[in-house]
Each structure stands twice: as structure tokens, then as C-alpha cells.
Design a protein around this ligand. Structure first.
Ligand SMILES: Nc1ncnc2c1ncn2[C@@H]1O[C@H](COP(=O)(O)OP(=O)(O)OP(=O)(O)O)[C@@H](O)[C@H]1O
Ligand SMILES: [Mg+2]
Length: 323
């Protein structure tokens, strides 16, 4: 587990990153550093900008302001701008150093699990097929799918697809793994298994992990540090213990907190009442008075209340699943 204060330079550094879509600011002045070997969880309600931040970090979109530095390298000249530029070859070199687990697993349906995992090695390395076969077995063993190597994606469950996607993300021995909602749509046991896997991979392989999630159980299980996004702004980057203490404060103690921290606390606890809901109803009232759509007052959906701490009893009944 890496200390955020460790001497090593960060592997990811976002400096004042902004992203604007169609004139709307979706990310605003984001500062975030991720250190080697740590697991950083990025939280926030639907539409708060989590996936966008991930995409800007991995160079799928250029940042409109500020910069992203990966492995000490400024990504701007590699990614270019909306209108062009960039350096595809250098970008591809950097991309080989990280793996991404997309929400769907994004496997090729016409290929077996083993073939899916082999593909990045065939495409990006000169390794012989014999060695690739061995590598594939190792990756599949890591995610517990070795026996299912010859099945097609349609023949395995959603949780297994996620694990297969993870094996493929591991194909090129990445230094960083990015996960976007790894446990969304999975049953609680499978989702706990994915959490376990994220922790094991980070321990066994020493990979740095960046995990986007709004599943609070998951977040607290896997995180070393956590970052809270709200309507495109980074509210707080802190240790898991800091967030855990905030979550456990009593209502009485919470009354003394600044607004931002009360808002984060509501999100962490999934409370039905608090600054998030107050802000929403204020916006609705203002919109009503002005006769405009509420989106005009509260442009991006704010952090959403998730589950109440403990109330779901681990049954996952209140888990928000995504398609
Ligand atoms: N390619 C795009 N073009 C225009 N707007 C976009 C694009 N991608 C995202 N957005 C907008 O940016 C905002 C943030 O979206 P993003 O997908 O980053 O949210 P999120 O936090 O990942 O939400 P969720 O939890 O639902 O996945 C949303 O309002 C979304 O509509
Ligand atoms: Mg998203």
C-alpha cells in the first residue's frame, strides 16, 4: 500500500484539468495525483464527470485546459487537440503501459476468452504464439478463469465477462489499471469477488489502480485514497480513513461541518436528507419561479444519494445498477 507522501513521483498527475462539452464545463480545475502502487477510488454521482475524467487521463479526449502527466510525460503533445495534432505512435507506446476495464468488459464475441486475452499481445508485441499461450494461461489463472479459456463470451456470466475483460487488461503487464464501474450490474457476491480481485492484483502485481465507482461498499473495501467529484469539481482527495471518519460522524457532530463535508457525508451514507437534496429542491423551486427547466439552474446532475450505511445489510438490494 503506497503512502501518498511517498518520495516516488506520481504516476498520474492532473493539473488544473478542465473539459468542456458543447460550451458546458464538465470538468473544472481538477487536481489529482496518483502514486505508484496505490488504489485511488473516484466517486461522485451520475453525471459528475467520473468517466470523463478517466477518459481525459487515458488520452481519449484532450483536456481543454490544464494538463495530464502520465509516467512523468505531459500527454498534451501526444493527444493533440479537438482539431487535430497529437502523436499516435507515442500515444500508443504510453497506452501499452496501462490497462482499462470498461463497464461492459468489451470482449469480442466471435473470439474465445483465451483469444480475447491473447489479442493485445499479438497486436502489440513480437512474442511468439507459444509464449503468448502460456501468458494467457497465467492471466486467466489470475482472474480464476483458466478452465473457461475456450468458451465464448456468450457462454459465460456477466461477472465472468468482467474478469475476462480484466485478464485482457492485464495482457501487457500494465503499470496502471483503470476501472470504470467494475461492479455495476453484478450481484453482491460477484461484485465482492471483483473487489477482492482488484485488491489482490494491486498487492500481487504492485499495479496502481484507479477505480471509478459509486458503490460505497466497494469504494471503502478497495481504496487507499478516495477522490470525490461533484458537478465537475474535485471536492476532496483524502485517505480512506478520512472518508470513513466522515461517514461515521453522528448527525449532531455533522452539524458543525462545512457544507462541502456535509455534502460528501450525505453521499457516503446515502442519506435521503442533506445538502445534496436541499440543493436539488432549491434548484427546482428557482426553476419553477423563473419558468425554466431545472437543468438550467442545476446543469449537471449532482452527487446522488446511494445507500444508507448498513441499511442494505449487504444484500445489495439498493445497489444502483447500470446498463
Ligand atoms: N462525449 C460527450 N459529449 C458531450 N457531453 C458529454 C460527453 N461525455 C460526457 N458528457 C457529459 O458530461 C457529463 C459527465 O458525464 P460522465 O459520463 O463523465 O459522468 P459520470 O460521472 O461518469 O456519470 P455515471 O455515473 O452516470 O457514469 C454528463 O453531463 C454527460 O452528459
Ligand atoms: Mg460514468
Amino acid at each position: 500500500m503506497a503512502e501518498p507522501t511517498s518520495k516516488k513521483p506520481p504516476v498520474i498527475s492532473c493539473q488544473q484539468v478542465a473539459k468542456i462539452f458543447d460550451g458546458r464545463t464538465v470538468l473544472e480545475s481538477i487536481d489529482l495525483e496518483v502514486f505508484p502502487g496505490e488504489t485511488m477510488v473516484i466517486m461522485g454521482g451520475s453525471g459528475s464527470g467520473k468517466s470523463t475524467l478517466l477518459r481525459v487521463i487515458i488520452g481519449s479526449f484532450p483536456a481543454d485546459r490544464g494538463k495530464v502527466v502520465l509516467f512523468g510525460q505531459d500527454m498534451s503533445p501526444l493527444v493533440g487537440t479537438e482539431t487535430g495534432g497529437g502523436n499516435e505512435d507515442k500515444l500508443a507506446e504510453v497506452r501499452k503501459r496501462f490497462g482499462i476495464l470498461f463497464q461492459s468488459g468489451a470482449l469480442f464475441n466471435s473470439m474465445t476468452i483465451a483469444e480475447n486475452v491473447a489479442l493485445p499481445m499479438q497486436e502489440h508485441t513480437d512474442i511468439s504464439q507459444e509464449i503468448i499461450d502460456i501468458q494467457v494461461k497465467i492471466k486467466l489463472e489470475l482472474v480464476g478463469l483458466r478452465e473457461h479459456a475456450n468458451k465464448y463470451p456468450s457462454q459465460i456470466s456477466g461477472g465472468m465477462k468482467k474478469r475476462a475483460g480484466l485478464a485482457r487488461a492485464l495482457a501487457l503487464d500494465p503499470e496502471i489499471l483503470f476501472y470504470d464501474e467494475p461492479s455495476a450490474g453484478l450481484d453482491p457476491v460477484t461484485s465482492a469477488q471483483i473487489d477482492r480481485l482488484i485488491i489482490d492484483l494491486s498487492k500481487q502485481l504492485g499495479v496502481t489502480s484507479v477505480v471509478v465507482t459509486h458503490e460505497m461498499d466497494s469504494a471503502f473495501t478497495i481504496a487507499d485514497r478516495m477522490a470525490m467529484l461533484d458537478r465537475g469539481k474535485m471536492l476532496k482527495v483524502e485517505t480512506r480513513d478520512w472518508y470513513d471518519n466522515l461517514r461515521k460522524l453522528s448527525d449532531q457532530e455533522a452539524k458543525e461541518l462545512p457544507q462541502t463535508e456535509r455534502l460528501i457525508r450525505q453521499f457516503l451514507r446515502g442519506d435521503a436528507e442533506g445538502p445534496i437534496t436541499e440543493r436539488r429542491s432549491e434548484a427546482a423551486f428557482e426553476a419553477d419561479l423563473l419558468g425554466v427547466p431545472v437543468e438550467q439552474i442545476l446543469p449537471t446532475p449532482s452527487v446522488e444519494a446511494t445507500r444508507r450505511v448498513g441499511s442494505a445489510g449487504g444484500t445489495g438490494l439498493f445497489r444502483r445498477s447500470k446498463g
